[in-house]
Design a protein around this ligand. Structure first.
Ligand code: P1T
Length: 379
C-alpha cells in the first residue's frame, strides 16, 4: 500500500459494533466482565482502549512499523524510552535538540544515574568516540530542532547495530511522509504527535513505533505501568489528523521552499537553515533520506541581536508568535527565550541557537500572504 492510502486506511477496520467508518470515541475507563477475567480483550483504559488502539495501529502503519504506542505527550513517549535503561547506562544524543528533551534528560534522568553525552552527529563516525560498554541508546533528532541539522540515519544505524545499541529517532519534524527511520535501521521512532501528525494545534500527544516484538512488549509494559497514556478523544483527533497528513505535508513543503528561498534573498537576513537549500551543509544527506524538505525553517537577521529578533516576531501578523509547530497555521518562535530556554545559554550557543535566531513553522496558508507578512516584519 502506498503512503497516501496508508494515511487513510492503514491499520483501520470499520467498528465491529455498528460498522462506523470512523472509530468511535470509547470514552470509558473500564469494561464489564462476566466473570473475573471474562472480558472482550479490554479490562481498563490505561492498559487498552479501542480508540487509542485504532490510532496505535495507524501510527505503526504510516511508519512502516509493526507496533505503535500512543502517550499523553511527546515527552511522555521519550520518558518511556529512557525507562528502558538502568542506573549506570549511557545515552549519546544529538547536541541540537528540543529544549524539553534536554531538560528531561539532564534534570530528571541524570539524577536516576543515567549519563547523557550531547554531541554533534553530522560527522557520524565521531559517535564511536563516545561509545563504551555502558552505552545503551543513541538518541537522534533529524532534522534537529531548531538548527535543522540532518543526521545520516543509515550510517548511525550501522554504528548502533555494530555495538548492539538501540537507535531511537525523533521523527517529529520530518513525519513519515518525508522519512521512515525504521526502514533505515532505527529501532524506535518517536513523535511529538502534537505537531504534524495531529496537524491542527488542538491536542498534545506522543508516539513510539517499533518493529521488534520484545522491544514492543517492554515499552507496552512501561506505558501501562507508568501510565502516561492519552485519552480517547485526543486519540480520535490525531487519527483524524493523520488522514490528511500527506496533503498537508505537500503544501507545508511547497510553502517552506518558497519562504526559505525568499529569506535567502532578503538583504536583512544573515543565515537561513532549511535542508532543501543546496547551500545547507547536509543537503545531500537530506536528499538521500527525505522525500522533500518540510516546512520548518530557522533564520537569523544581520542585526544579530535579541532586540532585533524580538522586533521581527512581534511585527508578524499572519504568523502567530507561539511555541509548537506543525499545525495548518503558520507559527513563529524565538528558540532562545521559548522552546530552548531550558538549555543553558553557553550550551545552546555552541550549536548556533543564538539570541537572534527565529524559527518558523510554515503553515498551509496562501504563500503570497506569508511572504507579505515576512516582508512587512523585516523592514
Ligand atoms: O510537546 P510534546 O508533545 O511533549 O513533545 C516534545 C517534543 C519532542 N520532540 C521534538 C522534536 C519537539 O519539537 C517537541 C516539542 N516541541 C515544541 C513544543 C517546540 O515548539 O519546539
Amino acid at each position: 500500500m502506498k503512503f497516501n492510502t496508508k494515511a487513510i486506511h492503514g491499520g483501520q477496520k470499520h467498528d465491529p459494533a455498528y460498522g462506523a467508518v470512523m472509530p468511535p470515541i470509547y470514552q470509558t475507563s473500564t469494561y464489564a466482565q462476566t466473570t473475573p477475567g471474562g472480558h472482550k480483550g479490554y479490562e481498563y483504559s490505561r492498559t487498552h482502549n479501542p480508540t487509542r488502539n485504532a490510532l496505535e495501529n495507524a501510527l505503526a502503519s504510516i511508519e512502516n512499523g509493526t507496533y505503535g504506542l500512543a502517550f499523553g505527550s511527546g515527552l511522555a513517549a521519550i520518558d518511556a524510552v529512557i525507562k528502558l535503561l538502568k542506573p549506570g547506562d549511557e545515552v549519546i544524543s544529538t547536541n541540537d535538540l528540543y529544549g524539553g528533551t534536554y531538560r528531561l534528560f539532564t534534570q530528571i534522568f541524570e539524577s536516576f544515574g543515567v549519563k547523557f553525552h550531547f554531541i554533534g552527529m553530522n560527522n557520524a563516525p565521531n559517535i564511536e568516540n563516545y561509545i563504551n560498554e555502558n552505552t545503551k541508546l543513541l538518541w537522534v533528532e533529524t532534522p534537529t530542532n531548531p538548527m535543522m541539522n540532518i543526521i545520516d540515519i543509515k550510517t548511525v544505524a550501522a554504528i548502533a547495530k555494530k555495538h548492539q545499541i538501540l537507535l531511537a529517532v525523533d521523527n517529529t519534524f520530518a513525519t513519515p511522509y518525508l522519512q521512515q527511520p525504521l526502514d533505515f535501521g532505527a529501532d524506535i521512532v518517536m513523535h511529538s504527535a502534537t505537531k504534524y501528525l495531529g496537524g491542527h494545534s488542538d491536542v498534545v500527544m506522543g508516539a513510539l513505533i517499533v518493529n521488534d516484538k520484545g522491544l514492543a512488549d517492554r515499552l507496552y509494559f512501561i506505558q501501562n505501568a507508568s501510565g502516561a497514556i492519552c485519552g480517547p478523544q485526543d486519540s480520535f483527533l490525531v487519527l483524524r489528523g493523520i488522514k490528511t497528513l500527506h496533503v498537508r505535508m505537500q503544501r507545508h513543503c511547497e510553502n517552506g521552499a518558497a519562504v526559505a528561498k525568499y529569506l535567502t534573498t532578503h538583504p536583512k537576513v544573515e543565515a537561513v537553515y532549511w535542508p532543501g537549500l543546496e547551500s545547507h551543509p547536509n543537503h545531500e544527506i537530506a536528499k538521500s533520506q527525505m522525500n522533500d524538505f518540510g516546512g520548518m525553517i530557522s533564520f537569523s537577521t544581520k542585526e544579530d541581536s535579541l532586540e532585533g529578533a524580538i522586533k521581527v516576531v512581534e511585527k508578524l501578523k499572519v504568523f502567530t508568535l507561539a511555541e509548537s509547530l506543525g499545525g495548518v497555521e503558520s507559527l513563529a518562535g524565538h528558540p532562545a527565550s521559548m522552546t530552548h530556554a531550558s538549555i543553558p545559554k553557553k550550551e545552546r550557543e555552541k550549536t548556533g541557537v543564538k539570541d537572534s535566531l527565529i524559527r518558523l513553522s510554515v503553515g498551509i496558508e496562501a504563500i503570497e500572504d506569508l511572504i507579505a507578512d515576512l516582508e512587512q516584519a523585516l523592514v
